[in-house]
Write a protein that binds this ligand. Structure first.
Ligand SMILES: [Zn+2]
Length: 121
């Protein structure tokens, strides 16, 4: 999806297209906690980084702003790149919501986009 967005403006440089494509996958960097969680799941002190932080740390407005600012600094065509990076990032969030039917179940709670709440069960 990010690659398609990146190529919607053919005049962007390779770097700028790479930044737009990167913005479409970087929200899932918060899923890397699954490695620590799997390695420690049977230990005395398990690290529940994936269960607690996936779809939280990288899937919010603050992280979208950080990604957009970082990409804008790295780009020459700043406005076009910032706009496409922001679109690409948010398409990722929309795809996550559609793919999870708007709910991301974790430990009896569900999260909708940018905040979490208890489901009452
Ligand atoms: Zn995601």
């Amino acid at each position: 999806m990010g690659w398609v967005v990146a190529n919607s403006v053919p005049s962007l440089s390779k770097r700028e297209r790479a930044l737009v494509t990167w913005a479409s996958v970087v929200p899932d960097v918060d899923g890397l906690g699954i490695v620590a969680e799997k390695f420690t799941e049977h230990s005395a002190h398990p690290l529940n980084w994936w269960s607690e932080y996936h779809h939280v740390l990288g899937h919010n407005l603050g992280f979208a702003i950080v990604v957009t600012v970082a990409a804008t600094i790295a780009a020459k065509r700043k406005f076009a790149t910032a706009l496409l990076v922001s679109i690409s990032f948010h398409l990722h969030l929309i795809a996550d919501l559609v793919g999870a039917a708007g709910r991301m179940a974790t430990n009896g709670r569900y999260r909708t986009c940018c905040h979490s709440r208890t489901n009452g069960n």
